[in-house]
Design a protein around this ligand. Sequence first.
Ligand code: PXL
Length: 288
Amino acid sequence: MNPTPPLVLVFAGNDPSGGAGLTADTLALASLGCHPLPIVTAITVQDSAGVQDFQPVDPDWLEDQARLILEDMRVDAIKVGMVGSIENLTVIAEIASDYPEIPLILDPVLTSGRGDEFSTDELISAMRELLLPHTLIVTPNSIEARRLGSDDPDEQVDLPLDAAAQRMLDCGCEYVLITGTHENTPKVTNTLFSGNGRVRSDQWERLPGSYHGSGCTLAAAIAGAIASGVEISQAVRDAQEYTWQTLSNGFRPGMGQLIPDRMFWARPGEDEIAEAAAKDDDAPAEKA
Ligand code: PXL
């Protein structure tokens, strides 16, 4: 029997552009040698430019999808992205509390990244109270970190990221990785915090262009590394490295944002394309 790859249960929404959500997570996990177990939380109507609408799945259906798999397979990590509704968040939190030994990676998808709202104040409170206590690592961008760190919009504006991280840790999660893409800095700085303060800070060249699904890619890559047994600080480092490569290989399939190429290594490189073109030129012309 062939060995089973690391198994990652993914709670996420479907994005028909393939840029974010379940497809993003599935591609990133497969690319890193894991097998994804996709649990649909919501369906969205969107293209590469923006979200038109979304609808959460029925919470009983969400629960049935996940519990049947969890009873059948030994799951190595759980990754949570868009949850779709408070009812769905509650189901996921209950499942997490029934499987405390499975590390949970939470990407708190509050908006689409292009600003389309996926959350309400109530959903954010429920995330703090119900899901963060079961979370190994939460991966907000700086905007999500400030919203999770404070209810008060005035306070959110100037809330230092260390303080926002501390508030999330106070809710019961073990690690917080805040990404700095939305900060006005020349390089992108991503910082990992634990109860002992800053664990690591990594800086990355800021790439031009606007990407759809970079947060999903990063959190899925962390989940994949953790499911594979990599220690957390190294998992965070490796996942950033992988994500940066997917971004620098990004492509633009439609009229909107770029999509990170999670399978960049599987495409022919420029050299191979040039070689193939040269071979074509050498080939004898076909007779008419
Ligand atoms: O990138 C965040 C995200 C996550 N999940 C789904 C999405 C989006 C952004 O649009 O559609 C399903």
